[in-house]
Ligand binder design. Structure first.
Ligand SMILES: Cc1ncc(COP(=O)(O)O)c(C=O)c1O
Length: 412
């Protein structure tokens, strides 16, 4: 064997092999198995109060009921037509946006984000998102030879910094001739922040003003849309003015909505009133499906289609989810009550996560704080200058201990 031969291309020789969130989770699980009392607030999945993955039994039944020949067969490349219809109906409901929508099946919301990057940006161009964002956005961009650029997420009042967005958007249009904006709302990962009507209307105004200078696509990542407070469809009327002026895409996912993280069921939904452009977009997205994973999980899509198309099954799943929502809301309420006066974190109305800011504002400060907490048996994820806390996996009874450890680590 010749020494020092490298078979990888240079750009792939120093990829990190593991996601830090999964490594921390593995450590927390290992310590729990050894009998230690551990609070594991790392993973983005709803756990019941005994630390077991929470599932919706009607969804499990629907998956088990998928006929063998459907499960074993290839699904159409872009997904079954009935699935598209079901997803569009679920996401857009009675909104006038629905009649201009197309969808393709993707491997979870991640697949939809991937297609957006490859179809709405040229190679080497940057997608734009908030300064705090789900780190796989960067992984997806890297893998597709694109990059991530950010705008400062919060203004002095702790709300979305729309002026910072406007400035960056202008830069992207000037340098790239186009822009792709990822907004994860509601219940943003990692901050837990949810935009209200005021922020959405302001973002839409900025997008409309900038749209005269080049093509802009807004991708709304709605991975957590059924876990917030209020009506999940509330944002749709605020987005309507974008129709035909700004490309409007959604990354829809069954992972959190149906607690089916492993089924890999998702969709990219695109809304455009121009029939020709809509058809070209559908073709490009279907081609992207073939060129990446061919087709998605047939059984998962069949089960989700059945649930979404059958009013009584749908209502049953909603009722089961509501039980978990109440569990989560109890944890969020307890956290806000205990931590609200002492810790600094963004407005947290509900959702899987919140992010606690670490004084000092340096990566090393956050790493140190997370390490201190691990000594207490409490696991959170250090992200840049802050700590992501997954309330979705912490029992309400453990919230006081979690907050105490946070206060000790960040000096609250
Ligand atoms: C912000 C965000 N977007 C999208 C996803 C996509 O998840 P999936 O690919 O499992 O649907 C996740 C999952 O954790 C997420 O946190």
């Amino acid at each position: 064997m010749r020494a020092r031969v490298e078979f990888l291309i240079p750009a792939r020789t120093s990829r990190p092999s593991d996601d830090p969130i999964f490594s921390l989770n593995a450590e927390a699980v290992a310590r729990t198995k050894q009998g230690e009392s551990i609070i594991n607030a790392t993973l983005g999945a709803i756990m019941d109060d005994d630390g077991k993955l929470a599932v919706l039994s009607t969804v499990i039944d629907a998956i088990r009921g998928v006929p063998a020949v459907v499960e074993a067969g290839y699904a159409p490349l872009a997904g079954p037509v009935a699935y598209h219809k079901a997803v569009i109906g679920d996401l857009l409901g009675k909104s006038p946006l629905a009649e201009h929508a197309i969808a393709v099946a993707t491997t979870g919301g991640t697949g939809a984000l991937r297609h957006a990057v490859s179809c709405f940006l040229e190679p080497k161009q940057a997608l734009l998102t908030t300064s705090r964002y789900w780190s796989p956005y960067k992984t997806i961009a890297d893998e597709n030879d694109r990059v991530v650029d950010t705008f400062e997420m919060f203004d002095a009042a702790g709300e979305l910094d729309v002026a910072a967005l406007a400035k960056k958007l202008d830069e992207h249009l000037a340098t790239q001739g186009r822009a792709l904006l990822f907004i994860n709302d509601p219940c943003q990962n990692p901050t837990g922040y949810t935009m209200h009507e005021r922020q959405w209307r302001a973002v839409v105004d900025v997008l409309l003003a900038a749209s005269a200078r080049g093509p802009i696509t807004l991708l709304v990542d709605v991975a957590y849309w059924l876990w917030g407070f209020g009506d999940p469809h509330a944002m749709l009327p605020w987005l309507e003015p974008l129709l035909g002026k700004v490309g409007l895409a959604f990354a829809w996912s069954a992972s959190k909505s149906f607690t089916q993280y492993g089924a890999r069921v998702g969709a990219l939904v695109f809304v455009d009133p121009d029939a020709g452009r809509r058809k070209r977009t559908l073709d490009a997205l279907a081609y992207a499906c073939r060129g990446t994973w061919s087709n998605c999980n047939a059984a998962g899509m069949a089960a989700i289609t059945q649930i979404l198309s059958d009013a009584s099954l749908h209502a049953q799943v909603d009722a089961e989810r509501r039980v978990l929502q109440q569990l989560l809301n109890g944890r969020v309420k307890a956290f806000n009550e205990i931590a609200g006066r002492t810790l600094r974190y963004p407005r947290y109305d509900g959702g899987f996560f919140t992010t606690v800011f670490v004084p000092g504002g340096k990566v090393a400060d956050a790493q140190r704080a997370a390490a201190t907490m691990r000594e207490d048996g409490v696991y959170v994820v250090p992200i840049a200058d802050s700590l992501r806390v997954a309330l979705c996996s912490v029992a309400e009874r453990d919230v006081p201990r979690l907050v105490k450890s946070l206060q000790k680590a960040v000096g609250g």
